[in-house]
Design a protein around this ligand. Structure first.
Ligand SMILES: Cc1ncc(COP(=O)(O)O)c(C=O)c1O
Length: 442
């Protein structure tokens, strides 16, 4: 009964959300009309035309890896609207947090969080102790990573921590930059982030399977973005150092099969709680010297990490752990159950749609025992890695664009254009329009 009541409430919240998005859109069009009259804006026609062109007018950064279009983060306005599933924007989690009301809210006074410093006794002196405590508590609850006796370094998203780890693992006096590799299909941002400053310390060297040897850093993304499979290092040599990107090693996406205990493990609130806009990640690091160098990078790069964000994230993590640990907590307060249920339903619908049209194939995941749930489960990743099987279609991104679906081309992940990555983490309205449209493609 409680679940029925709460899902009815969540639907109302979603309807209200959609209504306010429509109002906002109308307001945007009105502003554009005014701008048109004044001759200052791109105009309503341009907005609509850009939408129908698949966001061609988007701004490109770093070889198109991080692109923002007029449709990023928006609701589909009608069942025929353009749908942008290019980013892994985790808006799917909004309805969970709306359902939690003000339980995860915090008040920050005008005089709070003013100092640069959080805990000068810690290597990571800008880590808020409350956030560090809740990170360790959550890992212990889920059983996905060892944190006892490990250093926690906070970053502005795991994107900053990735760069901090490259900096920490690259010798400053080497004659050549360190080669950075990852097995295909690899997360599309690694190459762009590694090379955008043309560092003398490290450089992107592509697919780990093709790497010919020499000193290197291998990024192991597990479960992998884009294809969702659990990964092992490909190169096992004395010359190699490893960074584990574990953004998706949480029970809503995959079976928790053991306590990870690697030298450097990266996590992010973006994919664990859905708070991508809070821009926080954390690294779990074994070696204190590596932790110090990562910390130094963040000192030089941004002199620490927003305390306001950390306090908010500490509360969010606390609410998640409380949802499982407090004896009288409601089923609706269990974030991983929510995420797992929604993603399992979406994957079922997606597989049905792919079967109906016969145009796309999807990865098949093995059944594994999840220690967190104590049962067999298969993965339901945050992205669908789709291959276009239709004869004559060489570029699946273009093919989908013809059906007003924006997805990310396989070539950005080091493979061919028959593959595309589609986000499974958008709001329910967007996903429903997407899956119905997909089923109708022939
Ligand atoms: C594998 C992986 N690592 C890192 C990130 C970036 O995370 P953050 O938002 O914390 O910078 C993403 C985001 O999509 C990701 O998929």
């Amino acid at each position: 009964m409680a679940r029925k009541g709460s899902s009815r409430f969540l639907c109302w919240v979603a309807v209200l959300g959609m209504a306010s998005a429509l109002i906002l859109y109308k307001a945007k069009v009105l502003v554009m009309e005014e701008e048109e009259e004044e001759g200052t804006g791109g105009g309503k026609e341009e907005l609509l035309e850009r939408e129908s062109r698949g966001g061609e007018g988007r701004i490109d950064f770093a070889q198109k890896e991080i692109s923002v279009s007029s449709t990023s983060g928006s609701f589909p306005l009608t069942k025929d609207s353009l749908i942008n599933l290019d980013h892994g924007d985790p808006t799917m989690f909004e309805s969970f947090w709306r359902g939690m009301g003000d339980q995860a809210s915090i008040l920050i006074q005008g005089w709070d969080t003013m100092s640069y410093f959080s805990d000068v006794t810690n290597i990571c002196w800008f880590l808020e102790p409350e956030f560090g405590k809740e990170i360790r508590r959550l890992h212990k609850l889920v059983g996905n990573a060892v944190t006892e006796g490990r250093h926690i370094i906070v970053g502005t998203g795991s994107t900053q921590l990735y760069q901090a780890a490259l900096y920490a693992l690259s010798p400053s006096d080497a004659p050549e930059p360190m080669n950075v590799v990852s097995a295909v299909p690899y997360y599309s941002s690694y190459s762009a982030i590694t090379d955008y400053l043309r560092s003398g310390l490290f450089r992107w060297a592509g697919d780990a399977y093709k790497f010919k040897g020499g000193s290197h850093i291998e990024i192991v993304c597990t479960p992998n973005n884009p294809d969702g499979f659990k990964m092992q290092p490909v190169l096992n040599s004395e010359d190699g150092k490893l960074i584990y990107d574990m953004a998706y090693y949480w029970p809503h996406y995959t079976a928790i099969t053991g306590l990870a205990d690697h030298d450097i493990m990266l996590f992010t609130v973006s994919k664990s709680t859905g708070h991508a806009g809070t821009r926080l990640g954390w690294a779990v690091v074994k070696d204190p010297e590596v932790a110090k160098r990562m910390n130094k990078f963040i000192e030089l790069n941004t002199i620490g990490v927003s305390k306001d964000s950390q306090l908010r994230a500490a509360k969010i993590l606390k609410v998640i752990s409380d949802g499982y640990e407090l004896p009288n907590s409601e089923p609706a307060a269990k974030l991983f159950d929510y995420g797992r249920r929604i993603l399992a339903e979406r994957w079922e619908k997606l597989r049905e749609a792919a079967e109906t049209n016969g145009v796309f194939s999807l990865p098949v995941y093995p059944s594994e025992t999840c220690n967190f749930y104590g049962e067999e489960t298969t993965a339901h990743p945050g992205f669908a890695w789709m291959k276009c099987e239709k004869e004559g279609v060489e570029d699946c991104e273009e093919f989908l664009k013809g059906h007003k679906i924006i997805a990310r081309n396989g070539k950005h992940f080091g493979v061919d254009s028959k593959y595309v990555r589609v986000s499974m983490l958008d709001r329910c309205e967007t996903f429903e329009v997407f899956v119905h449209r997909l089923a109708s493609i022939h």
